[in-house]
Design a protein around this ligand. Structure first.
Ligand SMILES: Cc1ncc(COP(=O)(O)O)c(C=O)c1O
Length: 432
């Protein structure tokens, strides 16, 4: 079977590959208590360990029982679009016309719709490197090319106006940013974002900001939406993270008025609409009881970050963007850098390590994820809240603190040597 050439430009999403490998081990005897196994600790994927709060669950059940499960309008339930508009006003002090809000199947569908509507073959799109790896694949799926501009710790791993100006060519159609970013957790400073938007606007381009983690900003100076900068800025958001609804597949897109009808047309054809049950449930996200719960969770995530970041730094795993300066870490994870591996090697090794750890009864079950890009780094989800004593830093020390340095710092040399020494554990060739 001949596959479409666009697939050559789309790599696997290694996070999902890691999750698959971890789930395989979790199903096996090593994690089966009836066979003497122990529960797996999942540190591999960016999901809140919280789930939708009770009012949201009840709203989903009520919608199902009442049979409110038919397709909705392609743009989504008007009541939900109005609630989101109200949230922008109350939380961020920004007026957003509900007519510009399009409900989607997660931020993923929002990014896909936006890229399909805006980019085509021959176009280039600028984004920081490191970025959320799927972003360049959304661009590739639209036939265009993503150009990752190296963005280091000094630039908070974000683009700035100068790098945008320098990289802009006649083929450039715009920029895709994320604030707070995944994998680095750093937010873009308001003046920097304003300057970028001005540069892009002056060149007739489009600024798309993924704000999926905005609700989880921990410092007011970064809790600003790009939508405040004008109706021409596009924002992607989601119910996955702050609203703890990853598997419900619900998000939204805020677009300039002129883009509503084109995206509605795409949505009608590609998705018809986002899940009706999820939309009905999400209405309850904006009830006072739910919002209060989400704020409690935000505080819990912040407390976890403040516990883990100094500990990682003390281990020599540099966490860029110090919490003291108010950086927001994406949901319950932080970015760390490590030595001796490229990110592709790290991505590969982490999958290999999952198998190694998982099949070695002397080790704790451990899985984690790597980011993609020229900056070697890993994104470590913070420990789940339900077992604080088990995951607290003093308890980590004897258990898996030594595993992290083994993997992260000693790097390929030791890892490869260790793996290749045991014949049954030889790692497959590196995927680069
Ligand atoms: C930066 C970023 N954008 C988009 C997504 C996709 O999220 P959703 O579950 O809303 O599709 C993720 C998921 O982790 C993400 O981290």
């Amino acid at each position: 079977m001949k596959l479409a050439a666009r697939l050559d430009h789309i790599d696997p999403f290694y996070v999902m590959e890691c999750a698959k490998a971890a789930a395989e081990i979790a199903r096996g005897p090593l994690c089966d208590p009836t066979q003497g196994g122990r529960r797996m600790i999942y540190l591999n994927i960016g999901e809140p360990d919280f789930t939708a709060p009770p009012p949201v669950q009840a709203a989903a059940q009520a919608a199902i029982e009442a049979g409110r499960t038919q397709y909705t309008d392609a743009l989504g339930l008007l009541a939900l679009r109005r609630s989101i508009s109200g949230w922008y006003a109350s939380r961020f002090g920004v007026a957003v016309d509900p007519g510009r809000i399009i409900i989607t199947a997660g931020a993923s569908a929002a990014l896909q719709l936006a890229c399909l509507a805006l980019f085509e073959a021959g176009d280039e799109v600028l984004m920081p490197d490191p970025s959320y790896p799927c972003n360049r694949h959304f661009v590739a799926a639209a036939g265009a090319r993503a150009l990752g501009l190296p963005a280091g710790p000094q630039a908070r791993f974000q683009l700035d106006a100068q790098s945008v100006r320098q990289a802009w060519t006649p083929r450039t159609r715009g920029v895709v940013l994320a604030s707070p970013s995944n994998p680095t957790g750093t937010s873009i400073a308001a003046p920097t974002l304003t300057a970028i938007v001005e540069q892009v606007r002056a060149r007739g381009g489009v600024t798309l900001v993924d704000e999926i983690y905005l609700g989880l900003s921990y410092d007011e100076q970064f809790a600003h939406t790009a939508l405040a900068l004008g109706d021409d800025v596009i924002s992607v958001n989601s119910f996955s993270k702050y609203f703890s609804m990853t598997g419900w597949r619900l998000g939204w897109l805020v677009v300039p008025p002129a883009l509503v009808a084109p995206i509605e047309k795409l949505q009608q054809n590609l998705f018809i609409c986002a899940s009706t049950v999820a939309q009905q449930a999400a209405l309850a996200c904006f009830e006072p009881e739910s919002l209060a719960e989400y704020e409690r969770r935000r505080a819990a995530f912040k407390a976890r970050r403040d516990l883990v970041v100094p500990a990682l730094n003390a281990m020599g795993l540099t966490v860029h963007g110090r919490p003291a300066r108010g950086d927001a870490a994406p949901e319950h994870s932080v970015g760390v850098s490590f030595r001796g591996l490229t990110s592709a090697e790290f991505g590969h090794s982490s999958r290999t390590l999952i198998h190694w750890v998982g099949t070695n009864p002397r080790l704790q079950r451990l899985s984690f994820t790597a980011c993609d890009g020229p900056f070697s780094g890993a994104r470590l989800p913070l420990p789940p809240r339900r077992k604080p004593p088990r995951f607290s830093i003093p308890r980590l020390r004897p258990r898996w603190w030594w595993i992290l340095p083994t993997h992260l710092v000693v790097g390929t040399r030791l890892l490869r040597r260790t793996l290749t020494q045991s014949p049954g554990n030889r790692p497959p060739p590196l995927v680069t």
